[in-house]
Design a protein around this ligand. Structure first.
Ligand code: NOJ
Length: 574
């Protein structure tokens, strides 16, 4: 087949460093046939909204698509039953080809979700593997005998959702390993045939036009060969740095209050050195397709652990999310320290990637919505996301301030929510249909949407916000198009201006590229706060404020920010 790769797209092979990414959860973006589930033709019909080449559109440069491969949807696409096809509910391979073509026509790159720690239990590989002990694919998954007279699971590993990581298979009388649901058996990456099969999948999509991959739980691939027991949670080794994360706090609380056994140090089932060798092989393949890229979903206890997935900086993943940024308390200092710790930890050529929301966590606007401050805070976060040094990832609907509804149990679909309710309502809240207008189902479908739309549809929708120059959507558009004009925002260095002149409550930083100097000041307090750029700078011109009532103005080197206001300034050295 002739390669459809994005040859001729602007930006060079390292386009991804300057790009703005947008995550689409295909099930919820746009439904073209009224079955209540989003699909590829639906996405294609909305590409002009994402980028039609003019500042009237959002202006994003790349889309990461959550999985749209055939799947029994036990984990909504993260249980893949065929790596080289499209689920019929989403469309066909021909639709995919059209998607690539239409994206590339608009200079939008296509990133696919590579979910290869595990397959679905419905994948033909697993069906073969479980059919008999001597099936040639038996060793493609991790099978073991039970332990002791009671036939206990081979070790104490727990899966990441709930319960043991092992399920007993009656037919062949052995346990198989699954780091997530029992319907998501882990592939055996120690088997060279598995590696080759996955590398073939990667080439298949690259040849077909994909520009790269987001790697699902890349830290989980390789497992301890002796399958040693994980130590209990409280025996966590001293951390080498990092921020206290919300997850960790949740772990501690659940462990001590409920005595749940889920929480253990995942010492032997993640971050194995051999995983890095696999990723180096993966990178070599990508390097044969110039202009392709990758971003890892890697979760680790310390920034060092996550940064290690960049390898030397150029020989493993191109980018890795740094999720600690999602868990910062609403304090300028918390965000600043987090960013700077990450900057300090990364190997020299490594490039950061940032995001505040995705399909696994409560949307940032809802997370930080204390006292109804969510909307103001969403603007501040947008300004930070699009001006930090690194590649920003926007989650669909974030640009119109979509919020998580609080679903009652009978509406939940996510297995995590169904299991942990009411302690945790799962991830459905962040996966509601995109809100295109204030009509039926937010204009997402003519049928019954698979999940109800989120709250306050009348103001949180594209059509309404397009008409309002002060809307969050129009703020995002201005910001993204401004970013394209200012190479200092795309490639410039980062330097904190927090210090004696600017106390910790305001996050002030400089982005610098040759003569071009831009300052960003973010007031995280609910009171007016001064910003002082003197004596280093004498003059400043306001390019954009989160406060729509502020026009372009020459502010001078000293200005006062309103409550939770953020500004982007062009500054002149003294
Ligand atoms: C991480 C994905 O983001 C999440 O949605 C999924 O449930 C797990 N990996 C398992 O694939």
């Amino acid at each position: 087949m002739q390669s459809r790769r994005g040859k001729g797209l602007p930006g060079g092979n390292d386009w991804w460093k300057r790009a703005v990414f947008y995550q689409i959860y295909p099930r919820s973006f746009m439904d073209s046939n009224g079955d209540g589930i989003g699909d590829l033709p639906g996405i294609i019909s909305k590409l002009d909204y994402l980028n039609d080449g003019t500042p009237g559109s959002l202006g994003i440069d790349a889309i990461w698509f959550s999985p749209f491969y055939p799947s029994p949807d036990r984990d909504f696409g993260y249980d893949v039953a065929d790596y080289c096809d499209i689920d019929p509910r989403y469309g066909t391979l021909a639709d995919f080809d059209r998607l690539v073509e239409e994206c590339h026509r608009r200079n939008i790159r296509v990133m696919l979700d590579l979910v290869v720690n595990h397959t679905s239990s419905e994948h033909p590989w697993f069906k073969e593997s479980r059919s008999s002990r001597d099936n040639p694919k038996r060793d493609w998954y991790i099978w073991r005998d039970g332990r002791g007279p009671k036939n206990k699971p081979p070790n104490n590993w727990r899966n990441n959702f709930y319960g043991p990581a092992w399920t007993w298979d009656e037919q062949t009388g052995q346990y198989y390993l699954h780091s997530f649901l029992k319907d998501q058996p882990d592939l055996n990456w120690a088997n060279p045939e598995v590696r080759q099969a996955i590398f073939k999948v990667i080439r298949f999509w690259l040849e077909r036009g994909a520009d790269g991959f987001r790697l699902d739980v890349a830290h989980h691939y390789y497992k301890d060969e002796q399958l040693r027991d994980n130590p209990p949670f409280y025996k966590r080794e001293k951390r080498t740095g990092g921020m206290a994360s919300r997850d960790r706090t949740l772990e501690i609380n659940l462990y001590y209050t409920l005595g749940l056994p889920e929480f253990q140090v995942k010492k032997y089932n993640q971050h194995h050195p051999e995983t890095h060798r696999i990723l180096k092989e993966f990178r070599k393949i990508l390097d044969q397709y110039p202009g392709s890229t990758s971003v890892g979903e890697v979760i680790g206890d310390s920034p060092e652990t996550v940064a290690a997935y960049y390898g030397s900086g150029t020989d493993e993943l191109h980018m890795n999310f740094y999720f600690d940024l999602m868990h910062c308390r609403w304090r300028a200092g918390a965000f600043r320290r987090c960013v700077e710790l990450w900057e300090k930890t990364l190997p020299p050529e490594a490039w950061p990637a940032y995001t505040f929301s995705n399909h696994d966590v409560m949307r940032a606007i809802s997370r930080y919505d204390r006292g109804g401050r969510g909307d103001a805070r969403a603007r501040l976060l947008a300004l930070m996301l699009l001006t930090l040094r690194g590649t920003p990832f926007i989650y669909y609907g974030e640009e119109i301030g979509m919020k998580d509804p609080k679903f009652p149990r009978h509406l939940l679909q996510d297995p995590v929510g169904l299991k942990w309710y009411p302690f945790h309502r799962g991830r459905d809240g962040a996966r509601t249909p995109m809100q295109w207008n204030d009509g039926h189902a937010g204009g997402f479908t003519s049928g019954r949407p698979w999940l109800p739309v989120g709250p306050e549809l009348e103001k949180r929708n594209v059509a309404t916000q397009e008409k309002d120059s002060a809307s969050l959507l129009n703020f995002y558009k201005k910001l993204i198009w401004l970013r394209k004009e200012q190479s200092a925002l795309q490639e410039g260095s980062y330097r904190s201006l927090t210090g004696a002149a600017n106390p910790e409550e305001v996050f002030v930083y400089l982005r610098e590229l040759a003569e071009s100097k831009l300052a960003v000041a973010l007031n995280f307090t609910t009171r007016p706060r001064p910003v002082n750029l003197a004596p280093e700078f004498t003059a400043a011109r306001l390019l954009l404020s989160t406060d729509p009532s502020r026009g372009a103005e020459d502010t001078g080197a000293q200005l006062v920010l309103g409550p939770e206001e953020g500004v982007l300034l062009e500054v002149e050295p003294a």
